[in-house]
Design a protein around this ligand. Sequence first.
Ligand SMILES: [Zn+2]
Length: 72
Amino acid sequence: MLNPWQCVKVFMEEYFYHCPYCFTEVSLLVDLSVSEQEYIEDCERCCNPIQFSIQVNGNQEIEAFSAEPIGQ
Ligand SMILES: [Zn+2]
């Protein structure tokens, strides 16, 4: 019998993007096991909230990545 934990692999990829507010290049660890992700995280430099939309394809590759400012 297979231990279910042996089947679970964590795929993380460091992705570099530019903050839409301060234009600093920052890196983000993307979980490649989740195909569609949307979340909000603060920029580590200027602390403004950034909306991330990430799509991962079946080969665990980042297919789409966007970092947008939250509209006022
Ligand atoms: Zn920033």
